[in-house]
Ligand binder design. Sequence first.
Ligand code: ATP
Length: 515
Amino acid sequence: MDFKQLVAHCKEYGFIFQSSEIYDGLAATYDYGPNGVELKNNIKKYWWMSMVQMHENIVGLDAAIFMHPKTWKASGHVDAFNDPMLDNKDSKKRYRADQLIENYCEKKIESKIKKDVEKARKRFGEAFDEQEFRSTNQRILDRQAKIDDILKRMNEHMRNDDMESLGAMITELEIACPESGSRNWTEVRQFNLMFSTQLGNIAGEEGKLYLRPETAQGIFVNFLNVQKTTRQKIPFGIAQIGKAFRNEIVARQFIFRMREFEQMEMQFFIQPGTQKKWYDYWKETRLNWHKALGTDPAKLRYHDHDNLAHYADAATDIEFEFPFGFRELEGIHSRTDFDLNEHQKLSGKKLQYFDPEMGEKGENYVPYVLETSIGCDRMFLAMMANALQEETVPDASGKDSTRTVLKLPFALAPVKVAVLPLLKNKEALTTKAREVFKKLSLDFNCQYDEKDAIGRRYRRQDAIGTPYCVTIDFDTLEDDTVTVRDRDTLEQQRVHISEVEAIVRKGVDMKNLFA
Ligand code: ATP
């Protein structure tokens, strides 16, 4: 399904609404509807379970969104959390210079490479080896070299804060505004992405507060509080899920880039010098976490950074192939001792750890940090993109029909089981069905639905990804048996009511994802 259909599906089935829609919405801000909040909670649960519950040396935290303003001075966000932006004078639209250049590479060069690959795939058939073709075909190699050169130069200018050269690249590549088609650009300027607000009782700069642009700093400033109260030894991690805010210049692509979003971050505190080992470890561990959800490995890839942030000595993105191309889903950053050092300097408080295993008699040091940071909303979008499908299946009479089905992993599905009385106006059936619903709802998020023909009700549940539908019919009244329909296989088994709970429990258990 294409991206438009996906967005429409999210709205139609109560996953995501535009914020303040009745006022024509607020750009880049979204609300999660009844099914959306369930799916999002399940994603968070899966993350928390794998990071906190299943690691004896990772603990949780829930820090405030507001922090002392010095936090953001120390972290570098006041001075360096900028994006290079420029405006098109005709359309009055604002863009990020680096994104314009990256889009150019993708649309003007990468797309040609893809076309060549597809042509060759058709020509060679079964025997086609894409890797081999990409690494030997001269035309592809030339195009790839061009992309590499452009990105290399762009990263260099970004690193050197050289806005003029970045602007010159946009002119050189003849990049036009996607809206107006014109090349009438302003110069490129730096734009700080933090939202600020004002404390009520203190006027002026003194009372200026920021909405946190990342959850990580709440973890850093609490590093010793957590270490001391939990008596953790290095290496250990602190995990947190929470809102972050960024005044994104171009907020597009639905929930992919929002101004208010949610992060799931884990900071892993380690001995200096061990960062390479832990970087490799978390790179692999996090990719496996994504694969465990059944995501096609071809849709996931690493993208190592050339252009490192001021705090990092190594960084990679786990990219996912969204309907609009490969984009960052999660970042893995080796943050060195930058943040703790800066907080130590600005607060005047020591943020050191005594490590009895360092040196001969033990040593005091500022730990190094390995970070894994994933956007909850991007993960949500990735899951929806993976899951939403159109399928041809036999209908009740055995004829082919199409169904829209959300093939989420059972453990993440918003509703685990739907309870459906065969007919609405037979009180014996609805009473029995409500009994079953009441019982199952102690264990699972369930839905009771009696409206429309049974086939239509199945389709509604398919569209929100419900793994099981339990149907109460006249036989149920005789012998307490029901049919349990499986979303994916469409098989219907006849079982005793007392067995339903165990069947559902087994199918939707989050443990299955860790097998
Ligand atoms: P991008 O390059 O796409 O702007 P980033 O490199 O600035 O992302 P990080 O600072 O590494 O992102 O943040 C960690 C994660 O937070 C990202 O991998 C992404 O999943 C999520 N994230 C960042 N910005 C946004 C946003 N505006 N909307 C939704 N999720 C976001």
